[in-house]
Design a protein around this ligand. Structure first.
Ligand code: CTP
Ligand code: CA
Length: 222
């Protein structure tokens, strides 16, 4: 019943979702990355598809498959993710940035495998900042409803509130990580926040959280 109601709102809406980690190359065999499985982003994409939305998924390296009706663009690095998102975001109604984008990348991605030198006991890797994808979209596409995530271990709500405002997002999903919640797990507990409203969801499966997130977006934006 709730599904039928919500599907009336999402039918034909265009949704872009980013999901998974990014990998930042050091050389052809090594990268910097993070512990994102992509499950939350894929659950959002799949739930929106079931609700009748036209879904595009920009995915970092993950071991997940998407329904054939979801248009999927695979990327590796944050810079590739920005390019893919920028290309896909035009004419979208909503962008949900669920990807765990690496904040920094090695300054140089070497063409050849780095070798240890004889007697070398340490090494220094210089990193440079990656572009902020969700903030870029929020700034350049004011007509798109932009939703970010904030995975935090402490002061979850305060950090998330500050992030939403600083990045100019319409909504942020505060996500407590650690204690068996969040990364690499099936359960999650999101608090959904707009400028005007905050709603703490009961902990549940990522698909259930996705459903409630999509319901909240429909209530607030269309
Ligand atoms: N994000 C992004 N591009 C980046 C970094 C983050 O689009 N280079 C997006 C994420 O997809 C998420 C939101 O920004 O929707 C918040 O990510 P988070 O890592 O929590 O925020 P940061 O601004 O990177 O702050 P920090 O990691 O220092 O807490
Ligand atoms: Ca970050």
């Amino acid at each position: 019943q709730a599904w039928v109601e919500l599907a009336k709102h999402w039918q034909g809406k265009r949704l872009l979702v980013s999901a998974g980690p990014t990998q930042e190359a050091m050389d052809p065999v090594r990268f910097l990355g993070n512990r994102s499985s992509g499950k939350m982003g894929f659950a959002i994409a799949e739930t929106a598809r079931k609700l009748g939305a036209v879904v595009t998924l920009v995915a970092g390296p993950v071991a997940l498959s998407a329904h054939p009706e979801i248009r999927r663009v695979d990327v590796v690095s944050a810079q590739e993710m920005l390019a893919a998102v920028t290309e896909q975001v035009k004419q979208q109604d909503v962008f949900i940035s669920a990807a765990a984008v690496a904040d920094f990348r090695p300054e140089t991605a070497h063409d050849r495998k780095l070798k240890k030198q004889a007697g070398q006991d340490d090494m220094t890797l210089r990193l440079v900042k990656n572009p902020d994808i969700v903030a870029t979209v929020a700034q350049q596409y004011p007509d798109v409803f932009v939703v970010g995530f904030a995975a935090e271990t402490d002061d979850v709500l305060a950090h998330a509130r500050e992030k939403r405002a600083r990045k100019g997002l319409d909504m942020i999903c505060a996500n407590r990580v650690g204690d068996g919640l969040g990364f690499e797990t099936d359960d999650n507990q999101l608090t959904l926040m707009t400028e005007a409203q905050e709603r703490a969801l009961t902990p549940s499966s990522k698909s259930q959280q996705a459903f409630e997130l999509l319901a909240f977006i429909a209530e607030t934006s269309f």
